[in-house]
Ligand binder design. Structure first.
Ligand code: MD6
Ligand code: FE
Length: 206
């Protein structure tokens, strides 16, 4: 069954970023990720299973996952270097869309290739849930799925394209969601192909 609508506080801003801003973000984000040590492959805490998505982070805190669990930390897990700062354009998008005076502390960069997916999950490793989460899509199209507050709740599918922004605030902040699949070669924006998803989060209260 499909619900009549996604949860309250979910917004899909189709085509929010123009082509020039998309290209600039790809360039700046890839340079920032490379400077701290490049993309890494996280592993599931209990099973040790590798993610099919590669990850990087920008900003004071980065999200990582390994056999010790999910957490935020100030340094790249492989190089020990601090994460690179977030590009100004991302901070400006947060000011425009988040409705929260506190800046984001983490930009998680997910890199999906043709066979990558992200299972249904909730973003719940933060200390506070009162700021929304913003996700910017760059490159190949993706099928995003969002449900409710319980894993078994019915879900709603949305096709995300390059330049789209998703905002998850209000009730939707803690809703289950994931990426079912990527539609390969629907974009040439990312130099090595695939899709970059930039997820901006506030982690701590103050
Ligand atoms: C993605 N997005 O778009 C995965 N999480 O590749 C997320 O996991 C996500 O879009 C929290 C809030 C918005 C999101
Ligand atoms: Fe998420």
């Amino acid at each position: 069954m499909t619900p009549a609508a996604p949860p309250q506080g979910f917004r899909h801003l189709a085509g929010h970023l123009d082509a020039a801003l998309q290209a600039r973000l790809v360039r700046e984000v890839l340079a920032g990720v490379a400077a701290s040590g490049g993309f890494f492959r996280p592993h599931m805490p209990r099973t040790g299973r590798p993610f099919s998505v590669l990850m990087g982070n920008l900003g004071p805190l980065g999200w990582v996952s390994d056999r010790h669990g999910y957490r935020y930390q100030e340094r790249h897990p492989l190089t020990g270097r601090p994460w690179s700062p977030m590009p100004d354009a991302l901070l400006a998008l947060w000011r425009e869309l988040a409705g929260d005076p506190r800046p984001p502390e983490c930009c998680l960069v997910n890199w999906y290739r043709a066979d990558s997916r992200l299972g249904l999950h909730r973003d719940e490793d933060e200390e506070v849930f009162d700021a929304p989460i913003l996700t910017i899509s760059l490159g190949d199209d993706a099928i995003f799925r969002i449900g409710g507050l319980r894993r078994r709740d019915p879900t709603w599918r949305v096709r995300l394209k390059s330049g789209d922004v998703v905002v998850m605030g209000g009730t939707s902040r803690l809703a289950y969601h994931g990426i079912d699949r990527i539609l390969p070669d629907t974009s040439t924006l990312v130099p090595d192909g695939g899709r970059l998803a930039l997820t901006l989060r506030r982690v701590r209260a103050a």
